[in-house]
Design a protein around this ligand. Structure first.
Ligand SMILES: Nc1ncnc2c1ncn2[C@@H]1O[C@H](COP(=O)(O)OP(=O)(O)OP(=O)(O)O)[C@@H](O)[C@H]1O
Length: 665
């Protein structure tokens, strides 16, 4: 069989995408040889891009699994594509260049890219490395940071009286983040608290050199570097830290109105959450109103900041028309794909500081790249000697040092302690165990009898139970709807609970589960869908960006009955609630159940996670971790132990050249 015929056959049975075949055909036409082995390599680069891989590393090819085919079929293709000669073939091809002039594909070392992705990767590398340098700092900053990160003694005293005597020592060490016990007399500390010592007296017993509070370190890292990343799991205090960091930036700015600070997130939902949480964190800051008033609390989407133009792919702001800002904070940065990160960085003025917030262990962006993960890859437990000195002078802590730390890693700080999940909470423990890839630990946590998590083993048929528990969870929301609650309250109620799944299709996929939940709700008389697609209470998820309407892929709305008729109400990125005619909505779907991918950037008090019993390649450690960490108070997992264990073992690897490029700079 010829290569074009083989690719057609793969396309027909949906083993490759239409765009993969089209790109390969285009390459065939450019070469004047539709059966050239290059046609196969072009299809492969495009195919891998569809899986999120920015490039194909020709030196690390698994030629027994080309296009993820089984070995026998892959071997047939290998005869046509000649992987043994691929480097010579690719480097001599007129459709492949080295980036100096536009060619459809680019070879960089042994990595083969589509030109656009290679260019995006170079841009991101250059913009980051140009900013991976220390900033000059005013001497007063140490005092500002000390004040902002002073241990909350009122909180300590409140807890202290409730602690058992036997646990006080351990809890004090944790509260003060003491990491060098040789410097602290913990019994003396207890006695001081027991006998009513003042805050100053208590604090004098815990010198800064004995402590290591990573939030303060993170603020110092971002204060002193033009490109910084603060990565941490849920509730580790990213927002709290960034609020304090912004207060320090504002306090040290010599601009009369303060620096121009912008807060963005990749989706409307995430922007809303950031607006809400940063608002609370800024309100609680121990700073003057003069400082507080200069810290923005309104976040927008990246699209909005860049100035999306309806029906156009370009934005108003780009390298030729840069944004006016001094500090950019990007929340949920793990969701930002490589092309979007390139656009964002290209549009920044050169002097601008960038602070990325996110969780490097979460699922990578839906589109290609794993920018946050790549940036954090080489960040370990220490800083270069010079950086450790700067950070020590800013925080008073002793910081771990490492040899040969790449410049970019000196701007990365990992937050390790969760303030939301009690150390004894099941969700927190489960998230740790999953991240560690330790299946036995995962199993132990699930069997330990935590009150906030339960595994319902699908070996017994508990599918119906998953539906029933979800239906029950939506009762409050639907009761509020029938009582005529206002739209904002309804949206809040709806966001308290969600069923999350791994797949789109099949009974365990989002479509099957939505139908099952809808039927069960109707049977209980909680909704009345009748013949209508739109009925009051139907939750809707937008599946396509519509810049004109300000609705974005993943935004969730609810159908409500208003005087004028049925409308779908959404909370917009600016926090307002807006109603749309159902007929005006972009592509959308029902949202009682949603995929874990789409749930990124959201959290629900009660999360119900339904995973298919049969193995599928989408079930990865990052997927399970992301699903589990959406739960704020309660998590019900419906899965088999084997499928869960297999997923926890499967860590995703996305191919790109970014981590390597950042390491060598
Ligand atoms: N140092 C701290 N001491 C006590 N409580 C803290 C501290 N830092 C954060 N918190 C509390 O922990 C909770 C989570 O903090 P925050 O929202 O800043 O975390 P986050 O990492 O931004 O969370 P998310 O994963 O939701 O984005 C908040 O209630 C916050 O007040």
């Amino acid at each position: 069989m010829a290569i074009s015929e083989k690719l057609n056959a793969l396309y027909k049975r949906k083993a490759i995408r239409a765009i993969d075949r089209q790109f390969s055909q285009f390459i065939g036409e450019q070469l004047g040889d539709v059966e050239s082995p290059m046609v196969g390599w072009a299809a492969l680069v495009s195919f891998e891009l569809g899986k999120g891989n920015v490039c194909v590393d020709l030196a690390a090819l698994d030629s027994a699994r080309l296009f993820d085919l089984m070995p026998a079929e892959s071997a047939e293709l290998a005869i046509l594509m000649t992987p043994e000669n691929v480097l010579a073939l690719v480097s001599g091809s007129p459709v492949v260049g080295y980036g100096s002039e536009p060619t459809p594909m680019v070879l960089s070392g042994s990595r083969l890219y589509l030109y656009r992705y290679w260019a995006a990767e170079c841009l991101v590398t250059n913009e980051i490395t140009a900013r991976a340098t220390e900033l000059p700092l005013p001497m007063t900053l140490r005092g500002v940071l000390d004040d902002l990160f002073l241990p909350d003694m009122a909180l300590l005293r409140q807890f202290y009286s409730t602690w058992e005597d036997s646990e006080k020592a351990e809890k004090l060490v944790d509260f003060f983040d003491i990491n060098d016990l040789t410097q602290v007399d913990v019994d003396g500390l207890k006695t001081a608290l027991d006998f009513g010592a003042t805050d100053t007296q208590v604090l004098s017993l815990v010198p800064e050199t004995s402590r290591l509070n990573w939030q303060k370190v993170a603020a110092a890292v971002a204060l002193s570097y033009r490109f910084a990343v603060i990565s941490g799991g849920p509730g580790t205090g990213k927002t709290t830290t960034v609020a304090k960091l912004l207060a320090a930036i504002v306090s040290s700015s010599d601009k009369p109105n303060g620096p121009e600070i912008k807060l963005v997130a990749p989706t409307g939902k995430a922007a809303n959450r950031l607006t809400e949480s940063i608002g609370k964190a800024v309100a609680a800051l121990p700073v003057s109103n003069e400082v507080r008033d200069k810290i923005p609390t309104q976040a927008s989407t990246i699209h909005r900041l860049l100035g999306a133009i309806p029906n156009r792919v370009e934005f108003r702001h780009h390298a030729g028309n840069r944004l006016h800002l001094d500090v950019l904070v990007v929340d949920e940065a793990s969701m930002v794909d490589l092309p979007m990160m390139a656009r964002l960085l290209a549009a920044l003025p050169q002097h601008a500081r960038v602070i990325l917030l996110g969780d490097r262990d979460q699922l990578a962006s839906v589109e290609a790249g794993a920018v946050l993960g790549d940036i954090c890859l080489h960040a370990g437990s220490g800083f270069s000697a010079d950086r450790a000195r700067t950070l020590a002078s800013l925080t008073g802590f002793r910081l771990p040092q490492e040899d040969s730390v790449p410049a970019v890693s000196d701007g990365v700080c990992l937050l390790r302690k969760s303030y939301r999940f009690h150390a004894k909470s099941g969700v927190g423990q489960l998230a740790y165990a999953i991240n560690a890839g330790e299946t036995r630990w995962v199993d132990r946590v699930l069997r330990q009898g935590f009150g906030d998590i339960a595994l319902h083993d699908l070996d017994g048929d508990v599918y119906g139970e998953a539906i029933a528990i979800t239906v029950n969870g939506y009762r409050n929301y639907l009761a509020a709807l029938s009582e005529g609650a206002d739209n904002r309250t309804l949206l809040r109620h709806f966001s308290n609970i969600r069923l999350l799944c791994a797949l789109s299709d099949g009974p365990f996929g989002v479509k099957g589960l939505n139908v099952a939940i809808e039927k069960a709700l109707a049977k209980k008389g909680l909704i009345a869908p009748g013949e209508e697609i739109f009925y009051p209470g139907r939750p809707i998820m937008v599946a396509q960006n519509d810049h004109g309407l300000g609705l974005y892929n993943g935004d969730i709305g609810i159908v409500v009955k208003q005087e004028e008729g049925l409308r779908v109400v959404f909370e917009m990125a600016d926090g307002s609630v807006k109603a749309f005619l159902p007929s005006r909505l972009p592509e959308h779907q029902t949202a009682y159940a949603m995929t874990i991918h789409k749930s990124q950037g959201s959290e629900f008090s009660h999360t119900i996670l339904v995973l298919p019993p049969t193995p599928t390649p989408v079930m990865t450690r990052e997927l399970i971790y992301t699903g589990v960490t959406r739960a704020k108070d309660r998590l019900d997992v419906y899965a088999t132990r084997t499928s869960l264990a297999r997923a926890v073992k499967r860590k995703t690897q996305r191919f790109s050249g970014l981590a390597d490029a950042l390491r060598v700079h």
